[in-house]
Design a protein around this ligand. Structure first.
Ligand SMILES: C[S@@+](CC[C@H](N)C(=O)[O-])C[C@H]1O[C@@H](n2cnc3c(N)ncnc32)[C@H](O)[C@@H]1O
Length: 292
């Protein structure tokens, strides 16, 4: 399915992911930015109950008016119906100070990135094909100056989907975390079992490699109960971030609180629809492990 027909453009998960990403990139300033699942750079933004509840609600709020997220969107045609994907947020934050490597199995998406990046004269490379094998290749070595954004999110199962070589995106997550590279894993789940399975796998990676990981999660269960969340069929989503500074973890926590507050009195399709939020920190366990 082409990214232009299947993307969750403007759903609440979108501003949450992209504002989190902007906050972390601005602090971390990596030398190289990688995406395993880039999708495209710029989209047409539909008007429907999901986008009203999602990106339009965020963009009309005072809390986000001065954020990098909102300013980048406005600069890129939000008011004339355009929405950006993660590659463009990264390029707008890091500008010419980073190299960019975008992978996807969707050629249209990569063409869209190449057209977009031409306007900025940036150092951008795109790769068409399965990123799982590309990232797991022994010749592909990462360091702490690299930032890897992993985002296979669909209905939550994609992250566990086994490719023809028997690997999943969680194997990529494990390799990236173990290497010490800055890691931004975006996940979604359609039910509590998948959420638990994701958390269990993150915990296993932490137990094995003892690297700092925190996850920040929003859940829109009220919408799911109404069974009117047509666009995504998801219950919630979140980011598991690893090998970043305390400042970044703090910024992610603040962003989570901002979403919580913004959605306290939110209405979806005529129904009250607050978010519930959750954060899981595996750092305290790490500090006691090392006695720091
Ligand atoms: C949720 S979208 C990414 C959204 C994007 N990161 C953003 O935030 O704007 C997931 C993307 O993963 C791509 N994809 C799925 N399986 C893949 C694979 N094995 N290798 C590379 N890309 C893949 C899909 O084509 C799709 O464009």
């Amino acid at each position: 399915m082409s990214v232009f027909s299947g993307h969750n453009a403007g759903h609440v998960s979108n501003p949450f992911k992209h504002s989190s990403l902007c906050n972390v990139l601005k602090i971390e300033k990596p030398a190289r930015y990688y995406e395993t699942n880039s999708a495209g750079a710029i989209y047409d933004l539909p008007h429907n109950e999901d986008t009203e509840y999602g990106v339009f609600n965020v963009m009309k709020s005072e809390e986000f008016a001065n954020s990098d997220y909102a300013q980048i969107l406005r600069k890129n045609g939000f008011d004339s119906g355009k929405l950006l994907g993660s590659p463009s947020f990264a390029m707008n934050i890091l500008k010419e100070n980073a190299e960019y490597h975008f992978c996807d199995i969707d050629k249209d998406a990569l063409d869209n990135i190449n057209n977009y990046s031409l306007t900025g004269n940036l150092n951008v490379k795109t790769y068409l094909g399965d990123s799982i094998e590309a990232f797991l290749d022994d010749k592909f070595i990462l360091s702490k100056d690299d930032f890897v954004h992993i985002d296979p999110m669909g209905i939550g199962d994609q992250i566990f989907e086994i490719n023809s070589k028997g690997h999943t995106f969680f194997d990529v997550f494990e390799k990236v975390v173990a290497s010490g590279a800055k890691t931004f894993l975006w996940y979604g789940y359609k039910n509590a079992e998948i959420k638990e399975k994701i958390y269990d796998n993150i915990k296993k990676v932490f137990d094995k490699h003892k690297k700092p990981i925190k996850s920040f999660d929003i859940c829109w269960s009220v919408m799911a109960k109404e069974k009117s969340n047509k666009m995504l069929n998801l219950l919630g989503c979140g980011v598991a971030c690893a090998n970043v500074s305390d400042e970044s973890f703090l910024a992610l926590g603040k962003n989570l609180e901002l979403f919580n507050k913004l959605y306290e009195n939110a209405i979806y399709n005529g129904h009250p629809a607050p978010l519930s939020i959750e954060r899981v920190s595996l750092i305290q366990q790490l500090r006691s492990f090392y006695g720091i």
